[in-house]
Design a protein around this ligand. Structure first.
Ligand SMILES: [Zn+2]
Ligand SMILES: [Zn+2]
Ligand SMILES: [Zn+2]
Length: 127
């Protein structure tokens, strides 16, 4: 029974990621699920999604972790895109453009943590 419940919970969280284009923090997920899942369950689900290459972790400006859907990651993550955190609405987004990083010959880039802060297009158009 526990196993089955776990699957349903996973589906719910994954659906939530698909419904929202922005990256989500643990708190946001917990709030959206309105107490139907405890913190530990959410934490475990996020961790397993990350291990499965479904979502990737983003470090927000204040050290808060956000998670966003991956685009074609399998068992290992390969990301070299920028994350944009809006200082007004605090939304975190993946900017899906490949960032070219000058790395020395012979080095293999696996993951890049790039977080930019500023005002998102939505907030900028409202001010
Ligand atoms: Zn990934
Ligand atoms: Zn904004
Ligand atoms: Zn991303």
């Amino acid at each position: 029974m526990i196993k089955k419940r776990q699957t349903v919970s996973k589906k719910k969280v994954l659906e939530f990621f698909h419904e929202n284009e922005q990256a989500m923090s643990h708190d946001m997920i917990e709030e959206a699920l309105q107490g139907s899942m405890d913190r530990v369950t959410i934490y475990r689900i996020l961790k397993s999604f990350e291990e499965d290459g479904l979502i990737h972790k983003i470090m927000g400006e204040n050290g808060k972790s956000f998670y966003a859907l991956c685009n074609g990651c399998k068992s290992s993550h390969a990301h070299n895109h920028l994350h944009f955190q809006c200082t007004q609405c605090e939304k975190v987004e993946c900017i899906h453009h490949e960032v070219i990083v000058p790395i020395p010959v012979g080095y293999q880039l696996k993951n890049l943590q790039l977080t930019a802060t500023g005002i998102c297009a939505n907030c900028a158009s409202q001010s």
